[in-house]
Design a protein. Structure first.
Length: 344
C-alpha cells in the first residue's frame, strides 16, 4: 500500500517549508500568491485531501463561512449569493447558508453561539433586526455586505446608494421630467432609505417637487411594483417617469405599464436600482443604477479574512460607487456624470 504524502513530502515537492504548506492549507492570506499557486498545484498532482476535522481540531478553524440572507430567490439576492459562493471558493473557503426569512430568532441565536464557522457574512441587516448585534456579541468575526448599519463598529461593505439615486434623479430632471413618480419600500434597511433620500435630494436641488400622490410605499414583490404602476398611471395626470428602489419592483412597474396599454419609454420612463442580469434582457431593457456586486463581495471576503487573522484590527466601512446604466426604458438619452464635482 502506498502511504499518503505528508506535509514534509509536499513541502519538498513544492520547494517550500512545512510551515508554508500549513499556511496554504489553512488559507492564510499572508502567503505569496505565486507560492500559494505552486503549493496548490503540488497538492492537486499528489491527489492530496487533508482531513478537515483533524485540521479544524488542530487550528481551531473550519474554513467555512456562515452567510445570512433573506429572499434568496429575488434576482439581486440570487446574484449576490452566487458571487459570494464563487469568491469564497476561489480562496479555498466553504459556505453555509442560513435563510433568515424562515428561521426564528431563537434558531439563529443558537447558530451564532455554536461556533460552527470561522466568520459571518450578513447581507440583510436592518435597523429593527437584532441579527447584527447577536453576531458581534458571539465573538465570531463578522462583515456586513450590501446593507450596513450607520455607526456600527463592524466591518461593512456597501454601495453608494445615496449618490446612485441622486444621479438617477438628476438624469430624469435634466431630460426634462418634472412630474415624476417614486415607488419606495416600507422596510428599515439603509439601502432603500438612501435610495429614496438621494433621489428626493436630486429633485429638490433642481427645484422639482414630488407630489405626495406620486409617492407609493410598497413591499418587496414584483406584484407590488405592478400594483404601483396601475395606481400611478391611472391618475388623471400620470407621471412621465417612475423611479423605484429595486429592479424587482421596476420589472413589476414595466409589466403593469404594459397591462394598461402604455408604452415604455414613449408614455413613461422607468428606472430601477441594482442592475441585475435581468435588467439587460430585451423584454425589460431597464435603465438601472448598478450595484457593484463583484467588488462588494471581493472586498467583504477580504475584510473577513483579515478579521479572522487579526480580530483586534480597526474596523473598516467601504463604500463603492453605483453607476447609472442607461437602457431603453428611458429612451437611451445620453447623460454623463460630472466627476469633478461629484454630481451630474
Amino acid at each position: 500500500m502506498v502511504r499518503p504524502p505528508t506535509s514534509r513530502d509536499l513541502a519538498r515537492l513544492a520547494g517550500v517549508s512545512q510551515a508554508t504548506v500549513s499556511r496554504v492549507l489553512t488559507n492564510n492570506p499572508k502567503v505569496n500568491p505565486e507560492t500559494r499557486a505552486r503549493v496548490l498545484q503540488v497538492l492537486k498532482d499528489a491527489n492530496y485531501t487533508p482531513n478537515a476535522l483533524a485540521r479544524a481540531m488542530k487550528t481551531g478553524k473550519t474554513d467555512t463561512i456562515g452567510v445570512f440572507m433573506t429572499r434568496v430567490t429575488s434576482p439581486f439576492h440570487a446574484e449576490l449569493l452566487d458571487e459570494i459562493g464563487r469568491v469564497l471558493s476561489s480562496v479555498g473557503l466553504h459556505m453555509i447558508l442560513w435563510n433568515i426569512e424562515h428561521d426564528p430568532e431563537e434558531t439563529i441565536a443558537d447558530v451564532l453561539q455554536q461556533r460552527l464557522v470561522d466568520g459571518f457574512l450578513l447581507t440583510s441587516a436592518t435597523y429593527d433586526s437584532r441579527l447584527h448585534t447577536m453576531a458581534l456579541a458571539s465573538g465570531t468575526p463578522t462583515v456586513l455586505l450590501h446593507r450596513g448599519i450607520d455607526g456600527l463598529d463592524c466591518d461593512q461593505v456597501v454601495g453608494d446608494n445615496w449618490q446612485g439615486a441622486y444621479d438617477a434623479g438628476r438624469y430624469l430632471v435634466e431630460a426634462g421630467h418634472t412630474d415624476i413618480g417614486l415607488v419606495t419600500l416600507t422596510h428599515t434597511g439603509n439601502t432603500s432609505r438612501d435610495r429614496d433620500l438621494g433621489f428626493r435630494a436630486a429633485l429638490n436641488d433642481a427645484g422639482v417637487k414630488i407630489k405626495p400622490s406620486n409617492v407609493v410605499s410598497v413591499g418587496v414583490p414584483h406584484a407590488d411594483g405592478h400594483a404601483a404602476a396601475l395606481k400611478l398611471l391611472s391618475k388623471k395626470k400620470p407621471p412621465t417617469a417612475i423611479y423605484t428602489v429595486t429592479d424587482l419592483l421596476a420589472f413589476g412597474i414595466l409589466d403593469g405599464t404594459r397591462a394598461l396599454g402604455r408604452k415604455v419609454p414613449d408614455d413613461v420612463w422607468v428606472i430601477g436600482f441594482d442592475n441585475t442580469d435581468l435588467a439587460a434582457w430585451e423584454s425589460f431593457d431597464l435603465t438601472s443604477v448598478a450595484q457593484p456586486v463583484h467588488a462588494i463581495v471581493e472586498t467583504g471576503v477580504s475584510l473577513l479574512r483579515k478579521r479572522i487573522e487579526d480580530p483586534d484590527r480597526p474596523t473598516e466601512v467601504v463604500t463603492l460607487p453605483c453607476p447609472l446604466e442607461i437602457r431603453g426604458s428611458t429612451a437611451r438619452t445620453p447623460w454623463k456624470k460630472d466627476t469633478a464635482s461629484g454630481s451630474a
